[in-house]
Design a protein around this ligand. Sequence first.
Ligand code: SF4
Length: 246
Amino acid sequence: MENQLNLFSLDDGQETRDHGQQTTDSKQARPDKGPAETNSILNPSVSILYNSLEEAKSAAMSCKKCKLCEGRTNVVFSDGIENAKIMIIGEGPGENEDLQGLPFVGRAGKLLDKIFESVGLNRKEHLYICNIVKCRPPNNRAPEEDEANACSEYLKAQIKYVNPKIIILAGAVAVKGILKKKDVKITKIRGEWIELEDLLLAGRKIMPIFHPSYLLRHEWNKAPDSPKAMMWKDIQEIKRVYDSLA
Ligand code: SF4
């Protein structure tokens, strides 16, 4: 386990933004047993405004549908491949992402890459990565509900046209953004496959995981029930299901 946990470590020890809950949870991954949910921001309207992923991206690049347009340097639409079987959804761009125009490229993003690379998956060949909102919230705050709703048309298009079999929700904010639940504790639901009945999400396997910035803050903790150890279990389960896909 020690070597496995080290796969997730970075070595500069800097503090990062809080993307998750502060407590730990020893609950094991429970595949295919998650609660049925119907209250996504993607529901009830499943009509897609755009005829292609490229059309959605083009619209997002000049979008002013919410106040986050005012402070952005770049619109951060996505990274990865457009026919990926796995889509990772985070909450929104941070400083590095805003500057580079790509999601998950700071310290947390590097850790996310290491987690998936530990099971042979990477953004150049296997993953599509995006966020609930495409523009950076000021002072790295979480996206607000009106912003998530305004941006949901782009996320809908991404899910429809990428058509992933597996959707990974990175952190509590992404889970809240998709499920529209205010009382989500990522420590309670991470590692479980969630089944959604929304037309756009039905049939896809959806798993919440810890946000990598949360794992960075708990890097010191090597206990078997630490967030890092739980992340290791979760990525193994994700890979197991990925390998089972036709
Ligand atoms: S966050 Fe989304 S809805 Fe808001 S301005 Fe950016 S692209 Fe448009």
